[in-house]
Design a protein around this ligand. Structure first.
Ligand code: NAI
Length: 310
């Protein structure tokens, strides 16, 4: 499938990520079919897309007039047969390996052999998700970041059987909707972004578990310090900037003191067992009182996008 032949995109799973991915393509004039298991979930998804667009219009990212045009590009369905005409199908259902395998087996049987089939899995290897399909060369990963309609990055992951052509054409489609695709050449769990992110989270939790600092101090070090560089300076650019000799000297001294455990932290397990799940139960590393400022997160992202566009 060539990028210019893609006019209809289907999104399977209309949750947090699925509705946002549907919005991206509808905003760039693609026809979008959004599928989930019930009409209620789909109605909520449509409502979510509209609220996102209203927020974007309020931030000056789109005009008020564009909202209805974008909404008119999305149709919803609970029937898998309705997605088979799409030239690109992006799966964004619950992160469950077996569920994803079954969906790809079904899509593989249903769709023409050149339909591009992509999964938005966060960490599962693409090759495992494609295991029950016959035409695996057209299956790949497209890992969007939340909120997908604002964050530019999409990791494009090559499964063991994905063709180079499918990777190239999918990157072209993603560029056509204003995304910044980055190709991951080896199908490893966690790809690039989640490996980096969870290496950081493991150390953050370990610092708290070892009484080195409290959660607010750890988060401040990122938000008020090194996080401020990250939008403009990646870690490898930064290493080159400070010098690889200094980087080596630091690693020689400090790496042995950094958490390298192969499993989740006992503190994290303990919190989950106690029902301290964060936002959804009102207590996690913080208590609910501290959550108010986090709710402004998405609005801040809107503002950052606006600044970037200006
Ligand atoms: P979610 O729970 O908000 O949405 C999942 C949706 O899939 C639900 O609406 C559910 O009804 C639907 N679903 C379940 N079984 C289905 C089926 N058989 N057919 C059709 N729809 C079905 O989950 P979320 O957060 O949107 O995650 C979706 C995928 O995206 C997961 O693989 C997740 O790991 C990945 N992801 C999530 C990110 C996040 O920040 N939440 C970021 C990047 C990727």
């Amino acid at each position: 499938m060539r990028a210019e032949d893609v006019s209809t995109v289907a999104v399977i799973g209309a949750g947090l990520m699925g509705h946002g991915i549907a919005q991206i393509f509808a905003s760039s004039n693609y026809e979008v079919r959004l599928l989930d298991i019930t009409d209620e979930i789909l109605a909520k998804a449509i409502q979510n897309v509209r609220s996102n667009l209203i927020m974007m219009a309020q931030s000056g990212l789109i005009s008020d007039e564009e909202i209805d045009t974008i909404m008119s590009k999305i149709t919803t369905t609970t029937d898998m047969n309705d997605v088979k005409e799409a030239q690109l199908i992006i799966e964004a259902v619950t992160e469950d390996r077996q569920l994803k395998q079954n969906i790809f087996e079904r899509l593989d049987n249903l769709c023409p052999t050149d339909t591009i089939l992509a999964t938005n899995t966060s960490v599962i290897r693409i090759t495992e998700i494609a295991a029950k399909a016959r035409y695996r060369e057209r299956i790949l990963g497209t890992h969007f970041w939340n909120p997908p309609y604002l964050v530019p990055l999409v990791e494009v992951i090559k499964g063991d059987n994905s063709s180079d052509e499918i990777i190239k054409e999918t990157c072209r489609v993603l560029r056509s909707v204003g995304k910044h695709p980055v190709t991951v050449m080896k199908d490893v769990p966690g790809f690039i972004g989640n490996r980096l992110q969870h290496a950081l989270w493991r150390e953050a939790i370990s610092i708290v578990a070892n009484g080195i600092a409290d959660p607010a101090a750890v988060d401040d070090v990122i938000k008020k310090g090194l996080g401020m560089r990250l939008p403009v300076l990646g870690p490898l650019e930064n290493a080159d900037m400070v010098g690889l000799d200094l980087t080596l000297a630091i690693h020689e001294y400090v790496l042995k003191h950094i958490d390298s455990s192969p499993g989740p932290s006992p503190l994290l397990r303990e919190k989950v067992e106690k029902g301290e799940l964060g936002f959804k139960t009102g207590r996690g590393f913080y208590t609910s009182v501290s959550y108010t400022h986090l709710r402004a997160h998405e609005t801040s992202l809107h503002l950052v996008c606006r600044l970037l566009l200006e």
